[in-house]
Design a protein around this ligand. Structure first.
Ligand code: NAP
Length: 497
């Protein structure tokens, strides 16, 4: 039975382990840098943390629940769900916490991987699944003088719950999906809150109240209601992707909806509305779902600053207009090093080639899962598999089933390893990149792009297209790697032993 090491115990790693075990692959270890499973939902505990994708879709198709309390699950709900599913499928026992992986090295002779943790523990494996995702390394900007700041500071993904914000003068840098969730919470506690916005965002409503008792009962006791809700959410999310793919038509319609909502929310303050207004096409950056962020900016104790931050001084944040904003605490809601994927891990594939070199012109992988020259290495939530209008769990399940098929093919064929053909990967990458043409994603800068401007985070289409593309693995896409015959031992006399 092949030995499989999965790196990362978030939703991706859990999905891969469940799929593999269900199909008879029992020899699995999951190495996790955190003390426990949960991935991004373990780290992101900021006040107000929740998913803006409805729970009926932000859950595995094989582990549906009919007792969600509200449309979108809170961080605690999601982490609880991840634990429950892992336990139900016997996955929690496979997780080895506090095991940050430093390197994965492929051996051409044995066709095996050695996965080594930062603490020096080495795990041999026939296959390695890198389920580290795109959103696990906090990015904190290096503003000049940031280290001189006399107050307290932290990143939203490393929230300091011991720091009491009550009555404090707080700065929040960034207005992305995380910030719009915690700003209303911080505004209610802080004495004064200054929000530093670099770019405005498009908003759509999301109140996320508790389900009314009747709806809750219907979902719980009439199973088709829950199935219909999941299907409805799926189609709703696809319609968001349609708006992004067709910015002149569907995009304009949803953009109007968003504009009307934003105008209504800021009807009392046209000047503030002018300053938060996005200057790019609807859907280019992630559309934010919140009914509470813009009203929070209207509070008397909240200021929005749109001048660029030029430096940080011991007393606070300095902006391009020369103003010094004195604060006690800076919270960085500045996102993640998304283009780093699994780096700084050292990944060395066939013939000693490093993944860094293979990706020197930008990350790419066939269907976001396999990279030529890295046999029996599979990525979950790899390049071009993020979604701006959908549930990442739909993608993760598809990836898990795909890599399971690859490992079955390996067993069936008697090969030691599978390596995706370079021409297949290059063609699929070309086709994928071409599909961005004319879409809203190409119309601004965003974290979806790498330093060369290539969009490396997002899938350019619909969830259903990704499901279709990954449903059946085509053996012709792979080269079968055979193990080199073992060297014949030669005795001291020169005769074969
Ligand atoms: P983000 O979307 O990347 O937002 C980062 C924010 O910080 C942006 O407003 C950005 O401005 C700003 N920023 C970054 N560097 C800056 C600098 N040097 N100076 C000033 N401002 C700077 O990060 P995030 O909010 O943590 O969200 C990351 C992703 O996590 C999301 O896109 C989403 O996929 C996921 N997420 C999902 C949920 C959910 O409910 N499903 C919730 C939270 C997060 P610019 O826009 O100008 O770059």
């Amino acid at each position: 039975m092949p030995k499989i090491v999965i790196v990362g115990a978030g939703f991706g790693g859990i999905a891969a382990a469940i799929e593999l075990r269900r199909h008879g692959f029992q020899n699995i270890t999951i190495l996790e840098k955190a003390p426990d499973l949960g991935g991004t939902w373990l780290f992101n505990t900021y006040p107000g943390a929740a998913c803006d994708v409805p729970s009926h879709l932000y859950s595995y198709s094989f582990a549906q629940r009919r007792d969600w309390e509200r449309l979108c699950p809170t961080q605690a709900d999601i982490l609880g769900y991840a634990h429950d599913v892992a336990r139900e499928h016997g996955i929690d026992r496979l997780v080895v916490g506090d095991s940050p992986v430093a390197s994965c090295t492929y051996d051409d002779a044995t066709c095996r991987w050695t996965v080594t943790t930062a603490t020096g523990v080495a795990h041999e494996a026939d296959a390695v699944v890198l389920a580290t995702g795109q959103l696990h390394q906090p990015a904190t900007p290096r503003f000049p003088g940031a280290e001189t700041f006399a107050g307290h500071s932290f990143h939203s993904a490393q929230w300091d719950h011991d720091y009491d914000l009550r009555g404090k003068r707080v700065a929040v840098v960034g207005t992305g999906a995380s910030a719009v969730q915690f700003v209303p919470e911080v505004a209610a506690e802080a004495g004064r809150l200054t929000v530093f916005q670099r770019t405005g965002n498009w908003f759509l409503p999301r109140r996320n109240r508790r389900y009314p008792a009747l709806l809750k009962a219907l979902v719980k006791h009439v199973p088709p209601v829950q199935r219909m809700r999941r299907q409805f959410m799926f189609e709703y999310c696809e319609s968001l992707t349609r708006a992004i793919r067709h910015p002149r038509t569907f995009g304009r319609l949803l953009g109007w909806r968003s504009a009307a909502f934003m105008r209504w929310q800021l009807r009392s303050d046209p000047e503030l509305r002018r300053r938060v207004w996005p200057d790019y096409t609807f859907g280019c950056k992630r559309v934010l779902f919140s009914s509470y962020f813009l009203p929070a900016l209207l509070r008397p104790n909240v200021d929005l600053v749109t001048d660029a931050i030029t430096e940080v001084r011991p007393e606070g944040v300095v902006t391009a207009d020369g103003r010094v904003h004195e604060v006690d605490c800076i919270i960085y809601g500045t996102g993640f090093k998304t283009n780093d994927f699994m780096f700084p891990m050292e990944i060395t594939g066939a013939a000693g080639r490093s993944l860094r070199d293979a990706w020197s012109q930008g990350a790419h992988a066939h269907l976001g899962i396999t990279v030529p020259g890295f046999p029996n290495m599979f990525l979950m939530y790899g390049p071009n598999t993020n979604t701006s209008g959908g549930s990442i769990l739909v993608y993760l399940e598809a990836q898990a089933a795909y890599l399971r098929q690859a490992l079955e093919l390996r067993l069936r064929s008697g090969a030691a390893a599978l390596d995706v053909r370079a021409d297949v990967e290059a063609r699929s990458d070309q086709e994928l990149q071409a599909r961005f043409r004319g879409t809203a994603w190409t119309r601004c800068d965003s974290w979806y792009r790498d330093d060369h401007g290539r969009i490396v985070a997002n899938w350019p289409g619909y969830m259903r297209e990704y499901l279709d593309a990954t449903r059946v693995l085509d053996p012709a896409d792979f080269s079968l790697v055979r193990r080199a015959p073992a060297p014949v031992a030669v005795g001291a006399t020169g005769e074969e032993a």
